[in-house]
Design a protein around this ligand. Structure first.
Ligand code: ADP
Ligand code: MG
Ligand code: MG
Length: 942
């Protein structure tokens, strides 16, 4: 049995109140009813002939409800109905999972209005109205919550419905759907029952349905006859009694209330909760319930249902893009049960070009739909995702919302809509999320290689870019692979909301079934993740974790490596070489436009001239952090590292100076090349920062080599290395502390900087070195080092025959004490740069290197909302930053302040930096465009 979820917190009432008071003012107009209404909160808002809500009421009515109301106001055909507010959901949880008493009369009164508009009566044996119970939170949560269709069909209403439609097959098809959905959503999931995998009521019913079809040699559901559907429904009801120990309710009213409560309960369903965690949606928002008159896409060949985007969500092209199914209902299109057809000829693809488009099959209705598309886009001034149903030739709109899109599409649509004068520049800039730029700069398969290899199978291009990794067949395996540091591709027959965490963990998603609006496609696109759907050539055997490739004897197994091209829909075996997507000229234009609004600077953290060049191409306005120690790592660092080790293991001043004299050549070379690459832009050079023991040679061979160079024996080297051992090196002899003990180490570095700068200046070029002293906690440390720096400056200037070498001296602020004493620190430094990695480490007392052991628990148990090493902890560490800025500027007006931690490229942190008044943020080269856009957004938002 499932554990009961605890009662949720109360929703923040402020925004809700504003809405409800506004809305109830309108509700008072029809005076005759208002007087009769019982006292209490207004929970129910009608739409249809008369409409009480509008698009701005998303917090109260949910996205779906607010936009259904807005469409009604625009005279778009929408089946009438009413919305039970999110506030009611919150009150439901607050009241211990009980519907508020006043809801009864409000719902009944709204229902009678819906009946009047539709000319039918709920539960009436002659002319029954059927409804759907649809969930709808503030933010769309695709497929995460449940909808029940055809509510109101019962022993009492079925005969009337058959007489009325003269279509028994349709009625029994609707009924068996109701029984299936109701059992699954209301009687099982909403009750918190969690049957073992494959034992869920829905699954059991699907099996019965499959057997039924199989026994009769049917392929599609549409082949089932009226009698067979009726028989199926009674089989289903037997299953319900057997497995859930209750009867399917035969009373329309019981069905309606069950449906409403189930939607509220689904807010705390497992998949909804897990989606909220990933998307950062607060638990206390709640969902609304939309009760809406049913219209039927399953009444025969002149009926249909479909989903569309007003523009192509993958590319942004201004093409109406969608899928539809004749004689189908509800989620058939999204569920991947049948391959949906394209709505128009423009957007046919390899997989569906043989199918009839709506444009061909129902040209008039298509024209009407296209008219609505234009009307809605103009009104909402954005690309929309719409759901529609055609009942015997009549078109009905069932949903519209701002559509999810890839980064590429977001950028293209922003630029197009700007050109179409649908939106202004500010809006265009705001239309692209900083994070989405990541996708634009995503790797692609090297085209030179790709043209020579044949795809293993093809599917639909649902998510952009390329991805390569080991195949996994279940969401759990994907999560496990990601935890083990592996990149994996999740291969599923089709995905469903239970797979979300695995989809997140995989670098790419591949499905054998489903269209461009399938669950996998929708979710992947929202995340900008590489994804291919509907690769029909794959026959997935999930139980054995294999997939057979049709027309060959290839069988893919778990662990096999494949590469996906999500932009084309091609799947390749093996791992193909990747490269960065070539720069889009529209991207440059877009970024230039964003920069017009941006006021805060964006620099980069770059340690090599090569990185510096990349970052400049991405628009970096300087280097916020150049780490000198980088030259001792990696390729080509052998000799410099050898000399550094010599210096570290020197025991006398003389030895050390000799080593430093050799080392300076390397240090100067890298600094000079980087200053040159930045061509006059500021470069913040941090003096040697890490604890020295990191560089002590560990291998016997390297120790012997070093011993020889220093003229001592290997044992002596070992001893000297051991002497450097520290218990807590992170807080040990590092940063400025080295410079205090060994002034010659600072002197060497500063000399390298001044010589490099002087030589550049002498060739007539400009450079702006900024010397940054790390790990400081007291102004006297700065005073001490500044004496050395000044002395070295004067010496080099004299040697080079220059009056002075332009430069600045500042410090990194990364120890809480430095924040507390920032006013004093500022007296001795011309700039601050927040080292938020260490500041977070020391602010929390969390070791950066060991946080992996407990961070996940902190996140799972909601002790922390996010990893503070990825996004600034604004509440705590943020306070230190705010205080340091304020104090620093109190003694040095206009003090230049930047940030150079990892968080400098995180959009939320960038916004925080803007609000705190920082001069610039600095981040890794590939995140520079993200930071630029985030800073522009911050400036626009104010
Ligand atoms: P989701 O939030 O998952 O999109 P919806 O509430 O939109 O769920 O319901 C899913 C589908 O059910 C809709 O796309 C539509 O096809 C169908 N549906 C919902 N309500 C009605 C209705 N009143 N009449 C006909 N079809 C409906
Ligand atoms: Mg749904
Ligand atoms: Mg929907």
């Amino acid at each position: 049995m499932a554990i009961k979820k605890p009662v949720r917190k109360i929703a923040p009432k402020t925004s809700v109140k504003k809405h409800s008071s506004k809305a109830s003012a309108t509700a008072k107009k029809p005076a005759k009813k208002a007087a009769k209404q019982p006292k209490g909160k207004k929970y129910v808002y009608i739409f249809g002939a008369k409409t009480e809500g509008n698009a701005s009421m998303k917090n109260l009515l949910g996205g779906k409800g607010a936009n259904l109301a807005e469409m009604c106001l625009l005279d778009v055909p929408v089946p009438a109905g009413f919305t039970v507010s999110t506030e009611c959901c919150t009150d439901y949880y607050e009241g211990g999972c009980k519907l508020p008493a006043v809801l009864t009369s409000q719902v009944l009164s709204a229902l009678s209005k819906t009946e009047a508009v539709m000319g039918m009566k709920y539960g009436d044996p002659e002319n029954p109205l059927l409804v759907s119970c649809r969930s709808g939170a503030r933010k769309s949560m695709p497929g995460m919550m449940d909808t029940v269709l055809n509510v109101g069909l019962s022993t009492a209403t079925i005969p009337g419905m058959i007489r009325k439609t003269n279509n028994p097959r349709f009625v029994w098809d609707s009924y068996r759907r109701l029984v299936m959905m109701y059992a699954d959503v209301v009687m099982e999931k909403a009750e918190g029952l969690e049957p073992a995998a494959g034992k869920g009521i829905r699954k059991l019913m699907d099996e019965v349905l499959d057997q039924f079809k199989h026994a009769r040699g049917y392929k599609a559901d549409t082949e089932l006859t009226s009698e067979e559907l009726q028989q199926l429904a009674s089989e289903f009801k037997k299953l319900i009694r057997q497995h859930l120990g209750k009867d399917f309710p035969d009373d329309p009213m019981a069905q309606l209330w069950g449906g409403i409560a189930a939607v509220f309960k689904s807010w705390n369903g497992k998949k909804a909760v897990s989606y909220r965690r990933i998307e950062g949606i607060p638990d206390e928002w709640g969902t609304a319930v939309n009760v809406q008159a049913m219209v039927f896409g399953n009444m025969g060949d002149t009926s249909a249902t479909g989903v569309a985007f007003t523009r192509d969500p993958a590319t942004g092209d201004n093409k109406f893009y969608g899928e539809w199914l004749v004689n189908a209902q509800g989620e058939d299109v999204v569920a991947g049960i049948r391959t949906p057809s394209p709505i128009n000829n423009d957007t046919k693809n390899e997989q569906n070009k043989h199918l009839h488009s709506m444009q061909e099959a129902m040209p008039e209705t298509y024209k009407q739909l296209n008219g609505i598309r234009v009307k809605l886009e103009k009104h909402f001034t954005d690309m929309l995702d719409i759901e529609f149903t055609i009942q015997e030739g009549k078109l009905w709109m069932l949903q519209c919302r701002v559509g999810k899109r890839t980064g590429t599409a977001a950028l293209n649509m922003a630029m197009d809509m700007l050109a179409e004068k649908l939106i202004d520049q500010k809006k265009a800039v705001m239309r692209v999320e900083p994070k989405q730029l990541d996708e634009l700069l995503h790797p692609i398969i090297d085209p030179k290689t790709e043209k020579d290899v044949k795809p293993l199978v093809k599917g639909l291009p649902a998510g952009p870019g390329a991805a390569s990794g080991e195949l996994v067949f279940t969401a759990e395996d994907a999560v496990a692979a990601a935890r083990a540091g592996k990149t994996c591709i999740l291969l599923r027959e089709e995905t469903n909301p239970e797979d979300v965490e695995g989809m997140r963990a995989a670098v790419g998603i591949l499905t054998a079934r489903g269209g461009m609006t399938s669950h996998a496609a929708l979710v992947a696109r929202g995340w900008g993740k590489c994804c291919i759907v509907g690769a029909g050539g794959l026959h997935v055997d999930a139980a054995n974790k294999t997939a057979k490739v049709a027309g060959s004897d290839i069988v893919l197994k778990a662990g096999d490596v494949v590469t996906l091209n999500g932009t084309k829909g091609h799947v390749y075996t093996g791992s193909l070489p990747m490269m960065d997507a070539t720069e889009n000229p529209r991207f440059q234009k877009f970024m230039a436009m964003a920069d017009k609004f941006r006021t805060m600077g964006v620099r980069t953290n770059a340690d090599t001239p090569a990185d510096a060049k990349v970052a400049r191409a991405f628009g970096a306005e300087g280097i916020g952090l150049f780490r000198t120690e980088h030259m001792f790592y990696g390729e080509g660092s052998d000799q410099a590292l050898f000399l550094l080790r010599k210096m570290i293991l020197s025991t006398t001043l003389d030895e050390r100076c000799k080593a430093l004299n050799e080392l300076i050549v390397f240090v100067k070379r890298d600094i000079k090349a980087t200053l040159e690459a930045m061509d006059g832009l500021p470069v913040t050079i941090r003096l040697l920062d890490p604890p020295l023991h990191e560089f002590v040679p560990q291998s016997a061979e390297k120790q012997a080599e070093l011993a020889k160079a220093l003229g001592i024996d290997a044992a002596g080297i070992k001893k000297r290395g051991e002497d450097l051992h520290e218990n807590n090196p992170m807080m040990g002899h590092r940063g400025v502390r080295l410079g205090i003990t060994y002034p010659e180490v600072t002197e060497m570095q500063v000399r390298a900087i001044f010589e490099a700068a002087a030589e550049i200046i002498q060739t007539g070029k400009k450079c702006k070195p900024e010397i940054m002293i790390p790990v400081t906690c007291d102004m006297n440390e700065l005073k001490n080092q500044k004496v050395l720096i000044a002395r070295m400056h004067d010496a080099v200037a004299k040697e080079k025959g220059l009056k002075q070498i332009p430069h600045m001296v500042g410090t990194m602020i990364e120890i809480p004490r430095a924040c507390l004493l920032a006013d004093k620190m500022a007296l001795e430094s011309e700039f601050f740069s927040f080292g938020t990695n260490d500041l977070t480490q020391m602010g929390f007392g969390f070791s950066r290197d060991d946080i992996g052991g407990f961070l996940q628990d902190y996140l799972d148990k909601k002790i922390l909302a996010a990893d503070p090493f990825q996004t600034i902890d604004q509440e705590g560490v943020g306070q230190l930053i705010r205080m340091a800025v304020q104090k620093g500027r109190s003694t040095r007006e206009g003090l230049k302040v930047g940030i150079c931690g990892e968080q400098g490229g995180d959009p939320a942190s960038v916004k925080f930096c803007y609000k705190t008044g920082l001069t610039y943020v600095s981040c890794s080269p590939y995140r520079v465009p993200i930071a630029r856009l985030a800073a522009a957004h911050a400036a626009i938002e104010g």
